[in-house]
Write a protein that binds this ligand. Structure first.
Ligand SMILES: Nc1ncnc2c1ncn2[C@@H]1O[C@H](COP(=O)(O)OP(=O)(O)OP(=O)(O)O)[C@@H](O)[C@H]1O
Ligand SMILES: [Mg+2]
Length: 453
């Protein structure tokens, strides 16, 4: 493993020799470390020998955010040692005894073998291990489809920002472009090299055509996880691009059972790896890819603008879904299925105009004899078009709205960030805790006082 060794004393040098003997390669040894050093060297792990170096935990958090593995050697009572314990970063005592040294080497071997994943280190380093465990256990809805009855309402914008918000807050997030009309996810995330794509997986599935027995199911789980590309500057976000225009007529898209198998496999793989899976699903629910993604979702986010054409289409979409389900499972189960899954997200909202829009939708559904207690789960404000353009046109993926808010704290993005995290909390209730720890939430607005000025 490529190691950056931090420290300038005899203990550090001794460890350096030992690492080399064990087959690791020390790319540099230095006494001070700042985030600027991250791009200067090519390394996988940092070993900090605390008393012999000068490093702040903040710099190590930055390194963890970039997917670096961290190991600490520090004395009891050393601030670095309490930071490491709080964050769940592997740490041994300084000066290390033989037992400690072996433990350190063992931790490094485990990490190299993939038992200490970069996303887990990110989570623990930025949130602390207690909160990271809380957030991990507090996921209510892990299979999320994001769709809309009309085009251009903001599905991809919401899917991308929701995924980045969850990932920045410490939740491992698997984002899939499941828009069968050729989606745009890879542009939003500026993906150049990817492991594979959804159409790639589907073709492989079609070519394999093997019988399914237990071992191949397990192997498939790993194959689905490996299909995702991890963002090197956000190890908790894994992305699978979808179809491009040239793929739309592909014969594999005629095979509904294969498509369902792959979509279910992706949902299951992400969830069993402890994450949340978000699928950006195109507008036509009759498309095989869309149908499979909607069918297996635990939460269906419907992104609409609070405008009559969107409301009318949403009314039809919900009525169609309930009626076709009612034929199979009965009316009340159909209501329950849809009511418990659908999360309405009003997008590009100006002022409180969505309130009358929402009332109109409820009345229209009541006229259709559909009794659903739908609430506006998301109310995302309209964002300055210059910022939305940069979010997809610039050459930095950190210009994605929510990511940019975290970095630059642009005041005009505050309401969007706040509303987005409010929507995210319908899926992962604990997300706001992580989000506030990493600086994704605007400072709480001052309570207005009714007494005096
Ligand atoms: N909250 C917002 N404020 C301002 N502009 C927005 C907002 N959400 C989305 N947009 C803009 O609306 C346009 C459509 O958004 P997007 O591509 O996310 O929609 P979509 O539903 O995925 O479209 P398609 O049906 O083509 O897949 C984009 O130009 C995007 O920047
Ligand atoms: Mg889209």
């Amino acid at each position: 493993m490529q190691v950056l060794l931090l420290g300038a004393g005899t203990v550090t040098s001794r460890l350096g020799l030992l690492f080399a003997e064990q087959g690791h390669s020390v790319v540099a040894q230095m006494a001070a470390f700042t985030p600027q050093h991250i791009d200067l060297f090519d390394f996988r792990a940092i070993v900090v020998v605390s008393p012999e170096s000068s490093i702040s935990p903040e710099s190590l958090v930055k390194a963890a955010e970039r997917g670096k593995l961290i190991f600490v050697v520090a004395g009891v009572g050393d601030g670095m040692s309490s930071w490491a314990n709080g964050a769940g970063v592997p740490a041994v005592a300084y000066p290390p005894s033989d037992v400690d040294t072996n433990k350190l080497l063992e931790e490094m071997r485990r990490a190299e073998a993939g038992n200490l994943a970069a996303d887990d280190q990110y989570r623990r380093a930025v949130l602390g291990s207690d909160m990271s465990a809380r957030i991990q256990s507090g996921m209510a809805i892990r299979k999320i489809a994001i769709t809309s009855p009309k085009g251009g309402t903001g599905k991809t914008t919401v899917a991308v920002n929701l995924a980045v918000a969850l990932a920045l807050s410490g939740i491992t997030t698997y984002l899939v472009d499941a828009d069968g009309n050729a989606g745009a996810l890879s542009y939003h995330l500026r993906l150049e090299r990817v492991n594979t794509t959804l159409i790639g997986l589907l073709r492989r599935e079609l070519a394999a055509r093997k019988e399914t027995h237990a071992m191949s199911t397990i192997a498939n789980g790993a194959a689905y996880l490996n299909a995702f590309t991890t963002l090197e500057n956000l190890p908790t976000l894994k992305v699978l691009p979808g179809l491009v225009t040239d793929d739309l007529g592909d014969e594999v898209l005629q095979q509904e059972d294969r498509v369902e198998q792959v979509i279910n496999g992706l949902y299951e793989a992400g969830v069993s790896a402890g994450g949340v899976v978000i699928m950006d699903v195109g507008i036509n629910p009759a498309h095989v890819v869309h149908r499979a993604a909607l069918k297996a979702a635990e939460g269906i986010a419907i992104v609409i603008k609070p405008e009559i054409p969107d409301l009318a289409e949403t009314r039809r979409w919900i009525a169609r879904m309930i009626n076709s389900l009612a034929n199979v499972v009965g009316k009340s189960s159909a209501h329950e299925f849809v009511g418990s899954r659908v999360k309405l997200c009003y997008n590009q909202v100006v002022g409180d105009g969505f309130k009358s829009a929402h009332k109109m939708l409820q009345q229209a559904l009541a006229e259709d004899k559909i009794e659903l207690a739908l609430i506006p789960n998301g109310i995302l404000p309209n964002v300055d078009p210059r910022l939305t353009a940069q979010a997809v046109n610039s050459d930095r993926r950190e210009d994605i709205l929510i990511w940019r808010y975290r970095k630059e704290k642009l005041e005009e993005l505050g309401p969007f960030a706040d509303a987005l995290l409010g929507f995210a909390a319908h899926f992962v209730p604990a997300v706001r805790e992580g989000a506030s720890r990493v600086g994704l939430l605007p400072p709480a607005a001052k309570k207005r006082s009714w007494f005096g000025k």
